[in-house]
Ligand binder design. Structure first.
Ligand code: GDP
Ligand code: IMO
Ligand code: MG
Length: 434
């Protein structure tokens, strides 16, 4: 039952899309298990760039099953647009499957996301305003609409009649923009989705488990990152799903003893979009340089990403929460040509050093980074030649940087990513399915 998962080790945008695309060449199923279209995963294949939000990265390759698992929230309108883009790019949707237990993001969730952010005032989270939080709120409050409901007319009618008055009261209270949704309109909209999406909906947990039973290769594609996890992240500045290892089991319907390998996707420095603490954050020109070199602008919202040095307190926390068995260290090329590279190995909080990431947001906000400064390295002109030369041909200081991370986290850096393209990748493991 070969399978592997890819999980972001920081605050998202670590390059999970690229690494998933690299590893899924030989996979049979690619599974999204949490989050929704708050994700923005970029895949570059030659001159073609795909920016995927709700669809698993596997749709880019034909022949895979691309599964949207039960732990996700799905905006059907935006998913249909994305599906259209894939078809226009010459792709196929034959392999798409959506869990009957996945929850739907409705227009009122989007409006409520905006209204809740406004209501928070100075405590704004900086969400993507895609309605993710409100959709997960409804799931937990047991008033969500699930994809499988689209296949049951009576249930749809019942739900529309029950949910809308409740939502309207809530929206009035929060002074949300009106969602223009009456029961009949909502019902007709849901019926429309039934026609367009119905054939992709099934019990994806059965599909995944049966695939594992017969030795098919399953790849679980995480969205966001460990530090945005609802339990283990920088709460309340987090997303509303379980982004860490446990999220695979609940969000795909796969038992813990079936998960084999977990690849931690670790950006060689740190970025974060939205509000919340970032202990190694840079400012001024230093931040602008890193932001520009790394092209750190959000795929989903276009917002500039906040940038800082690598934080191994964060990476160690992520590794513990996710059980990383390998690391994919990405964007190392962005650190080319720095004289020195500070790496954070501990925090100093009120004069005391700690290597553990605190739960208290006020403690994190007061934490000062303790840095070990490593030597930088000179860049190169020809990425293809470096990739061809393999790990040994990397600058020795870069290998020291990677070695330092491996030693600190006690996890091998099996993938080294030195450019956005599928081919800009050094693979030190090769046989991922054994
Ligand atoms: P994801 O959300 O984790 O899939 O990451 P995003 O796609 O939001 O952001 C990562 C960005 O970095 C994308 O523009 C990728 O094309 C790019 N990228 C990924 N790996 C590398 C790399 O090793 N080097 C460089 N320069 N860019 C990379
Ligand atoms: P990928 O999969 C980076 C952040 C938002 C905000 C917080 C809550 O591309 O790595 P939400 O809309 O989820 O309620 O917003 O989470 N966020 C991300 N940051 N990458 C992402 O996804 C993100 N998805 C959500 O910026 O701070
Ligand atoms: Mg992203």
């Amino acid at each position: 039952m070969p399978n592997l998962a890819i999980i972001g080790a920081q605050w998202g945008d670590e390059g999970k899309g690229k690494i998933t695309d690299y590893l899924d060449e030989t996979a049979d199923l690619i599974v999204r298990f949490q989050g929704g279209n708050n994700a923005g995963h970029t895949i570059k294949v030659g001159d073609r760039v795909f920016k995927l939000h709700g669809l698993p990265s596997g749709v880019v390759r034909e022949g895979n099953l691309a599964v949207i698992g039960n732990g996700t929230v799905v905006n059907m309108e935006e998913l249909l647009e994305e599906m259209d883009q894939v078809l226009k790019a010459g792709g196929s949707l034959d392999g798409l499957r959506i869990s009957d237990r996945a929850h739907l993001i409705m227009n009122y969730h989007k409006k409520l996301d905006g209204a809740e952010e406004k209501y928070r005032g100075s405590k704004v989270v900086g969400t993507t305003k895609k309605g993710i939080g409100p959709a997960y709120q409804d799931k937990i409050a047991r008033i969500g609409i699930r994809a499988g409901d689209l296949l049951d007319d009576e249930l749809l009618k019942e739900k529309a009649e029950f949910i809308l008055p409740y939502k309207k009261d809530l929206m009035t209270m929060l002074e949300a923009e009106p969602c223009g949704c009456e029961c009949e309109t909502l019902y007709n909209k849901l019926k429309g989705w039934q026609e367009k999406i119905g054939r992709y909906i099934c019990d994806t947990s059965v599909l995944i488990n049966e695939a594992l039973d017969v030795g098919k290769k399953v790849l679980f594609e995480g969205a966001q990152g460990a530090m945005l996890d609802i339990d283990h992240g920088t709460y309340p500045y987090v997303t509303s799903s379980s982004t860490c290892g446990g999220g695979i089991c609940t969000g795909a319907g796969v038992a813990p003893n079936r998960i084999e390998k977990v690849v931690g996707c670790l950006k060689a420095y740190t970025t974060r979009v939205g509000e919340g603490p970032l202990v190694t954050e840079l400012s001024g020109e230093a931040e602008e340089i890193l932001q520009k070199k790394g092209g750190e602008f959000g795929v989903t919202t276009g917002r500039g990403r906040r940038c800082g040095w690598l934080d191994l307190v964060v990476a160690e926390h992520a590794s513990r929460m996710c059980g990383f068995t390998s690391l994919a260290v990405t964007k190392l090329d962005v650190l080319n040509d720095y004289e020195e590279l500070p790496v954070c190995t501990a925090y100093r909080i009120e004069g005391k050093e700690t290597k553990y990431f605190p739960a208290s947001i006020s403690k994190i906000e007061r934490a000062e980074p303790v840095y070990k400064t490593l030597k930088g390295w000179k860049g190169w002109d020809d990425t293809a030649a470096v990739v061809k030369g393999g790990y040994d041909s990397l600058p020795s200081e870069m290998k020291d940087y990677i070695g330092f991370i491996e030693k600190h986290l006690k996890v091998p850096a099996d993938i080294i990513s030195i450019g956005p393209d599928r081919n800009d990748t050094i693979d030190r493991k090769k046989d991922w399915w054994k």
